[in-house]
Design a protein around this ligand. Structure first.
Ligand SMILES: [Zn+2]
Length: 363
């Protein structure tokens, strides 16, 4: 049987709003670069999937109940209102600051146990919710952030209603967002939103399989103390110098009721299909032991060989196989995470969705 169906039978949930987020680059090591998380990513993905015959499903607006179940309400409120407040306060017009970028961060070392005072100054408060300098907010960002979260919930709704596999073309991505802080070019955690939506719709246990090149520190920490959502990730070793630097190590196994429900398999830079797929298989075995009733795949495509943001060297066929293995664990919601090489993004996504479709005999 061919693994590549003539028409890709996986619904692609899409929100036009995802094109409205223009971060205007990223401030990396003190210098503003063009950045790679650009609107053209979403178009490259959508166009390739449509050309492969995948049906487009419009993202449906959802309320904030699920968002506020996985995130602090103050983070959601901040994201919803910060651009308008920034503009009103004159940062763009009077100071030439055309995006929201924090410059001071309430780290544990700064406060030595004190609760941070929410600063009245907006340029001070920005660092309360954002943990890096490369995740900028501008006009249209919030609409795209909500559109991505709505796409995730819509895809989860399809799967809860009996569709075996659905894909949410989320932009911006989400897996670096913790309960209370955003970063890593992510603003709301779309994968966590999907997992929570699946739980709310009746799945007793959910497994998140994260195959983005980077550790999904946000998703890990949102579910770290929970037994009902297993989180597992294969990613480039943060100990070898890679983002998110502070988390993603093998010793992080969950806490309290969540002890044992978290698994990280960090890989050496340069790892290709063999090592990566072996890790994905090990992760899937461990996830299966938690008897998940539904699966969320954090589908980052940046582990691919041509990607500028990671040193992993996974092929298109590797993505096909990995997505097939993860989707074979149960009804699956695929959530777009990273992936930044515009010429190869589309074919990689088509391969991954074809693999997931094959797991459910969809042709
Ligand atoms: Zn990534």
């Amino acid at each position: 049987m061919s693994e590549q169906p003539a028409r890709l039978a996986v619904p692609v949930v899409w929100s036009e709003d995802c094109l409205r987020h223009d971060p205007g680059g990223e401030v990396w090591l003190g210098v503003r670069d063009a950045g790679t998380e650009v609107p053209a990513r979403a178009l490259a993905l959508r166009d390739a999937l449509v050309a492969a015959g995948a049906p487009i499903v419009e993202a449906r607006p959802h309320g904030e109940q699920v968002l506020r179940a996985v995130h602090d309400g103050s983070l959601v409120d901040h994201l919803a209102g910060v651009w308008a407040a920034w503009e009103k306060a004159g940062y763009p017009a009077d100071y030439g600051r055309d995006r929201v970028v924090p410059y001071v961060f309430p780290t544990p070392g700064m406060l030595a146990g004190l609760e941070p005072h929410p600063p009245p100054a907006l340029h001070g408060r920005a660092g309360l919710y954002c943990y890096d300098t490369m995740t900028l907010i501008g006009p249209g960002s919030w609409e795209a952030i909500r559109g991505a979260a709505d796409a995730a919930q819509t895809a989860a709704g399809l799967v809860s209603a009996g569709t075996p596999v659905a894909y949410a073309l989320c932009r911006p991505p989400g897996h670096h967002v913790t309960r209370a802080a955003y970063g890593g070019s992510c603003y709301l955690n779309n994968a966590a939103v999907a997992a929570q939506a699946l739980r709310a719709a009746g799945a007793d246990r959910v497994a998140v399989i994260d195959i983005d090149a980077h550790h999904g520190n946000g998703t890990q920490m949102i579910f770290y103390a929970r037994a009902d959502v297993f989180y597992g990730s294969v990613h480039v070793d943060p100990g070898a110098g890679w983002f998110p630097h502070y988390a993603g190590y093998a010793g992080e196994r969950g806490t309290g009721e969540g002890a044992g429900a978290n698994r990280n398999l960090p890989l050496a830079p340069g790892t290709g299909d063999d090592g990566w797929l072996a890790a994905v298989a090990a992760l899937c075995d461990e996830a299966a032991a938690h008897r998940p009733e539904a699966i969320v795949v954090s589908l980052g495509l940046d582990a691919a060989e041509a990607d500028p943001e990671s040193p992993l060297r996974v092929s298109e066929d590797g993505y096909r196989r990995a997505a097939r293995a993860a989707a074979a664990l149960g009804p699956a919601v695929l959530i777009q995470e990273g992936g930044y090489d515009l010429p190869t993004l589309g074919p990689l996504a088509v391969a991954a969705l074809a693999g997931a479709a094959a797991a459910h005999d969809l042709a």
